[in-house]
Design a protein around this ligand. Structure first.
Ligand code: UDP
Ligand code: MG
Length: 316
């Protein structure tokens, strides 16, 4: 059965939020469409979330609800993917369960897609970050770096709060890589994305699941998934060291010739060592180049993504 709109809601320890979220989502969708479903993905919560979700499911037969419960915590990325596999909607929205992202925006995004057939995806970005200055700075620098070293453009501040057409969902599902970094995936797949600002609310209940350490690991995942630059670093520094060692060599040689009393042996030794380090770097880098290719290949990504094909009738 095709529906108009699916909401995919990753939930990890959201016992205090899921019911309120459900009410808010229902209210938001009311004036928009009744052809919608809400897919809760319980990402191995250790609190009463599964119980609350079961209750929502059994007490609201008038609303189309799906609940997917993981056997343990697999992370938000996995939850999003799982939600996509079950989504039946023409549009699919990824939205948090903690009410920081008002479901009203999901409707707003849906309307934008309604009005513009050329727009495939609407991404919400935070009008202003309600976070510490340090965190904002770190996140900003992360996006700057990633945009510099990778082929994809990450919209700075864009969250994974977004609504996309079925075609985009199918494409994302066709990227089966294990280490997922949604923001990267969403921009890697291409398509026309419209960005709209949204006001982040305070978390309704509970705490953020993102510690600084977790964020850091997540950022690292993002960089590793989208660039093999770090693998090439040894090669670049190797070349640099070899050039340095040659320059030093000529310097020492010159000193050795014009000042016979100068003891050049330490200098030559230093050159030799630098040269050796440089060579090691280059050899490591060569391994890196090959590993990088393997890394790209094992992700098994499609070679291209066609958005639209117009063709004559091939049966004729
Ligand atoms: N979440 C999840 N699995 C996790 C961590 C978070 O499904 O391992 C969900 C969480 O329940 C919430 C959303 O992802 O619905 C965003 O998490 P959170 O609010 O902690 O992040 P923040 O809003 O602070 O960035
Ligand atoms: Mg949140």
């Amino acid at each position: 059965m095709k529906l108009k709109h699916s909401l995919v809601v990753p939930c990890y320890n959201e016992e205090g939020n899921v019911e309120k979220f459900f009410e808010a989502a229902k209210k938001a969708m009311l004036g928009y469409t009744d052809s919608y479903e809400i897919i809760f993905v319980n990402d191995g919560s250790r609190d009463k979330t599964p119980e609350r979700l079961r209750k929502i499911f059994s007490e609201n037969k008038d609303v189309k609800i799906k609940v997917i419960s993981f056997s343990r915590n697999f992370g938000k990325e996995a939850a999003i993917y799982a939600g996509f596999t079950r989504a039946a909607g023409e549009y699919v929205t990824v939205i948090d369960a903690d009410l920081q992202q008002d479901p009203v925006y999901a409707v707003q995004m849906g309307r934008i897609l309604d009005g513009d057939p050329d727009c495939d995806m609407v991404a919400a970005y935070q009008r202003e970050r309600k976070e510490s200055k340090l965190l904002t700075f770190l996140k900003k620098s992360f996006y700057k770096t990633v945009n510099k070293v990778t082929e994809v453009d990450f919209i700075s501040d864009a969250s994974d709060f977004r609504t996309m057409r079925r075609s985009v969902v199918e494409t994302v599902l066709a990227l089966p890589e294990y280490h997922r970094f949604s923001k990267g995936i969403f921009s890697w797949v291409g398509y026309n994305t419209t960005a709209i600002p949204y006001d982040v609310k305070q978390r309704e209940s509970g705490e953020t699941k993102w510690s600084l350490a977790k964020l850091f690991r997540y950022a690292l995942d993002g960089i590793i998934a989208y660039t093999d630059m770090p693998l090439k670093l040894p090669a670049y520094s190797g070349v640099f060291l070899i050039i340095l060692s040659l320059l030093l060599f000529f310097g020492v040689l010159l000193a050795d010739i014009i000042r016979p009393l100068f003891d050049a042996s330490v200098g030559y030794l230093a050159c030799l060592m630098l040269f050796g380090f440089g060579l090691t770097g280059i050899f490591l880098g060569i391994l890196g180049f090959y590993t990088g290719k393997i890394h790209t290949q094992v992700k098994d990504r499609p070679i291209f993504i066609a958005k639209e094909i117009l063709t004559y009738d091939e049966e004729d």
